[in-house]
Design a protein around this ligand. Structure first.
Ligand code: GLN
Length: 304
């Protein structure tokens, strides 16, 4: 299939759409991005890569990193992580506090902020050097040694992260955070600040399309059963209270971030990443969602 051609046709068609999205500015440092960036990459499990637009410019991956931290915990940690969080769609915004009190400090799933914070707490407990282990893990997945944290972004979020501090304090009060809050939040804000391009994101998600095996190295990251489960979680929980819409319109497991990135995978076929910084009201890339909807519709390459 001529993906490059399809990308440019969809992009041309979407030019007529009024992009009503807004760049995330609740993390002040994120507001500095040029809102008109647009990039796409699709990489197949055979290693064929197709770029369009700003596919090789790095941006803040934000909540997309929750997949990496979850997979690291799920693959290496012996303790039962499902005692610490649930695996149900939340149906609430990514940073909501509402459900946490009802559920006594147990987050609905690992992909809302509360769940991502509990995963960081688990990693702080179980890893020798959580920050460098996390980075090395991502570098291994993408075969790219210079992927890094952006300390300006993590510091900016730390200084404005009142909601996230409220979440971690509420969970600590219920006994579901075991470590020092600042240490946990340092890891959380750091992983959100990681910068990657669409191409690097596609490459690093390919193991989820390939039964848990990194195609280029042959390394088994997750068993095929856990890979299936991780993909199921992305399908049901990857877009917060828009997970149903994403499934309905795009039909792929995926994960978004407030930096405007979205990654989605098709099992046994490909990973696709889109970046457009303007977000819809649910905190997902406005154009990215439309683009992926058009992509799976025109190519008939959704999982449904
Ligand atoms: N760092 C962001 C936050 O905690 C991540 C949110 C997101 O990308 N949805 O608010």
């Amino acid at each position: 299939m001529n993906y490059q051609q399809i990308f440019s046709e969809i992009f041309e068609d979407l030019k007529g759409v009024d992009n009503i999205g807004k760049v995330a500015d609740y993390i002040p440092e994120l507001a500095n991005v040029d809102p008109n960036h647009f990039g796409v990459n699709l990489t197949t499990i055979e290693g064929d890569a197709y770029d369009y637009g700003d596919a090789n410019i790095r941006f803040s991956i934000q909540s997309i990193a929750k997949v990496f931290s979850f997979v690291l915990a799920y693959s290496r940690i012996k303790s039962d992580i499902w005692l610490r969080m649930d695996l149900e769609p939340a149906g609430t915004p990514f940073n909501s506090l509402v459900q946490l009190e009802y559920d006594k400090g147990v987050p609905r799933n690992p992909f809302v902020n509360a769940g991502g914070i509990v995963v960081c707490d688990i990693l702080v407990s179980e890893l020798e050097n959580p920050k460098s282990d996390m980075l090395n893990f991502i570098r291994t997945l993408s075969d790219n040694r210079d992927i890094n944290y952006n300390s300006k972004v993590s510091e900016s979020e730390r200084l404005s992260g009142y909601k996230n501090y409220a979440l971690v304090n509420l969970m600590k009060s219920f006994g579901n955070i075991h470590n020092d809050i600042d240490e946990v939040m340092d890891l959380y804000f750091s992983i959100c600040s990681i910068e990657m391009s669409c191409r690097e994101l596609s490459e690093s998600f390919l193991f989820l399309s390939n039964n848990g095996i990194v195609p280029y190295s042959g390394e088994q990251i997750l068993s095929s059963s856990r890979t299936k489960r991780t993909n199921a979680l992305m399908q049901t929980c990857g877009f917060y209270d828009e997970a149903g819409q994403f499934t309905f319109k795009v039909g792929l497991p995926g994960k978004s971030g407030v930096g405007g990135g979205i990654v989605a995978i098709h099992p046994q076929k490909y990973a696709i990443s889109v970046w457009s910084p303007r977000l819809n009201v649910k905190g997902n890339s406005f154009l990215g969602m439309l683009f992926l909807e058009e992509f799976t519709t025109r190519t008939e390459l959704s999982i449904f």
